[in-house]
Design a protein around this ligand. Structure first.
Ligand SMILES: [Zn+2]
Length: 459
């Protein structure tokens, strides 16, 4: 759309981290064409209609570089379980869900993402082509991938890893179909990645196939890396090194790779990651919930120069929560109250994510030439007043409900608190129904998987 946004406080997120009071921003088509003081921007574009942002802040939209929207169907059900939830619940339920159930939950995740100010989601999972349409309909910028494995992931909960080419081939076929159908759809708003699920469930054969696909289609890649002790043990047993060393030895690391978590890494692993230019998808909220964040070598990761960007991972799409738990967790590790600073957290949530996607020229800051992916935040809220140091207020106290307007690719997806791309009531109802039916089917199909505490009918 062609519009001005005037009289707001513009948090540019540019290299100088400029914040412009009584600022203005001009948008033409899908790009930002001017940023400055409101009266200057108005003079430059006298013909354009204007949105008034007085009492509001304008920020680059959040770039969530690691999430799984469909897993919102596990919300409130597995966070407090001591089981290995990835293989006990997350993997099996995504296989037994119907396309409609996946679509309903993906829409829920997108709705929550929009409401909390996210404009870009990086979302690897399984059977993605069956619900990609529901995500695309949300209007969000998307990087989708089929998260491939050739270990029989439905068997791992029984305590053994068995690798199968036929199983792996099915994943690869789904990955290819996804890329061929969805990459560069809607003018490039929807793109694809190539994803390996994790080092413990991908053999060297699978890693090799995925590298070939990434090269063939010219796509970036993503992986879960060193996310659990189970993974570390299995990789050491099979390949004799750490998960990071295993990926390095099979040429899987590189500046085109986003690695999620990297919790159980040695100092040598961190050096390898830094030297190979891997981008870290740091997921402080989900890691902390599992009690796993304590061991993560975050200070070393940051001091080594690894690009750190933020993800929400499971059962939440709230980047405010990721920033808040991220700053608390990382200050706890440093043992001080100044490192990282709120401006760093905003970088992790925006421009560092854009860098991880190789799209710094398009996303992550409000500057002329960038895509118009932005959010407008209401500052006239009791928890945001007094408003003096805006970055500090937003990171320490900001809430998803402060978000009023969200624009992606120059198109409004939420305006004045109303989501324009979906019927919110329908999404909530369908997601509730999909969760109940998917869990019931999971338990019917695999009676050994216990229904979580609190689920209707659970013992
Ligand atoms: Zn994940």
């Amino acid at each position: 759309m062609d519009t001005l946004i005037l009289h707001g406080t513009i948090v540019t997120g540019d290299a100088r981290r400029r914040i412009i009071a009584d600022g203005g921003l001009a948008i033409q088509g899908e790009r930002i064409v001017a940023v400055g003081k409101a009266d200057e921007v108005r003079r430059q574009f006298p013909q354009l209609p204007a949105m008034d942002a007085q009492g509001k802040a304008v920020l680059p939209g959040f770039v969530n570089i690691h999430t799984h929207t469909v897993l919102t169907g596990l919300r409130g059900l597995v966070e407090d379980s001591d089981l290995a939830v990835v293989y006990t619940y997350m993997t099996p339920i995504t296989f037994v869900m119907s396309a409609d159930e996946r679509s309903a939950l993906a829409a829920l995740g997108c709705l929550e993402a929009i409401r909390s100010g996210t404009t870009t989601l990086v979302d690897p999972l399984r059977h993605v082509a069956t619900y990609a349409q529901a995500m695309a309909d949300s209007g969000l910028r998307l990087f989708l991938s089929e998260s491939c494995a050739d270990a029989l992931t439905l068997q791992i909960r029984h305590g053994s890893y068995e690798y199968s080419r036929a199983w792996g081939e099915e994943f690869l076929e789904r990955a290819i179909a996804l890329v061929e159908t969805w990459h560069m759809r809607d003018g490039g708003r929807v793109q694809c990645h190539i994803a390996a699920h994790a080092p413990d469930n991908c053999s060297p054969w699978m890693l090799e196939r995925l590298l070939e696909l990434a090269q063939k289609y010219g796509l970036r890649r993503t992986v879960h890396l060193a996310q659990s002790q189970q993974e570390v043990v299995q990789v050491r047993k099979l390949h004799g090194g750490t998960p990071v060393e295993y990926l390095r030895d099979h040429r899987f690391l590189g500046p085109d790779l986003i690695a999620a978590h990297c919790l159980f890494c040695t100092p040598e692993d961190v050096t390898i990651l830094a030297e190979s230019g891997v981008h870290l998808a740091h997921c402080p909220a989900s890691n902390s919930r599992r009690g796993w964040a304590g061991g993560a070598p975050m200070p070393l990761m940051l001091d080594s120069g690894v690009n750190v960007a933020l993800g929400t991972d499971n059962m939440s799409e709230d980047m405010f929560e990721a920033m808040r738990i991220g700053i608390i967790l990382n200050r706890g590790k440093r043992g001080n109250g100044v490192d990282p600073m709120p401006a760093d957290m905003l970088d992790w949530a925006t421009r560092n994510g854009a860098r991880a996607l190789g799209l710094e020229q398009d996303l992550g800051s409000l500057e002329p030439g960038q895509k118009a992916d932005l959010v407008i935040v209401n500052l006239r809220r009791p928890h945001l007043v007094p408003t003096i140091n805006l970055a500090s207020n937003l990171v320490h106290y900001g809430q998803a409900s402060d978000m009023e307007t969200v624009m992606v690719d120059g198109k409004l997806v939420m305006k004045d608190g109303k989501v324009l791309t979906m019927s919110e009531e329908d999404v909530l109802r369908h997601a509730q129904e999909a969760t109940l039916s998917a869990w019931r089917r999971l338990h019917q199909q695999y009676p050994d998987i216990p229904l979580p505490a609190g689920f209707p009918g659970a013992s």
